[in-house]
Design a protein around this ligand. Structure first.
Ligand SMILES: [Zn+2]
Length: 106
């Protein structure tokens, strides 16, 4: 079963759960709110091929476009964690470092 990251819309708690995509989204373990947002599936990085870095980059850009720099950094860190040695991940690492220093300055 794939692992998914969720963030609670109510208390912003982030948690990971194993569940099938066709299942209903889980409730927040902290406040039991059923409104949760799926962040990124770790399974996305397990697929073979060289598309991983491009996919991660697109996701990062999407989040940055929505003003979610923190979210983008979290995604980049997770991606490097899970697939750091994949082809093309150098630019994800660079993006992560950039986001890190950018967020630190605030
Ligand atoms: Zn919650």
């Amino acid at each position: 079963m794939p692992l998914y990251d969720y963030q609670c819309n109510n208390c912003e708690h982030v948690f990971e759960v194993f569940h099938a995509l066709e299942d209903d989204p889980p409730r927040c373990p902290q406040c039991t709110c059923p409104q949760v947002t799926r962040l990124i599936s770790a399974v996305a990085f397990r697929t073979t091929g060289d598309g991983t870095a491009a996919r991660v980059e697109a996701e990062i850009k999407k989040r940055l476009g929505q003003g979610g720099a923190k979210d983008a950094l979290r995604l980049a860190e997770k991606a490097v964690d899970l697939a750091g040695n994949r082809k093309g991940m150098g630019k994800i690492k660079a993006a992560r470092d950039k986001l890190r220093s950018k967020l630190k300055k605030k």
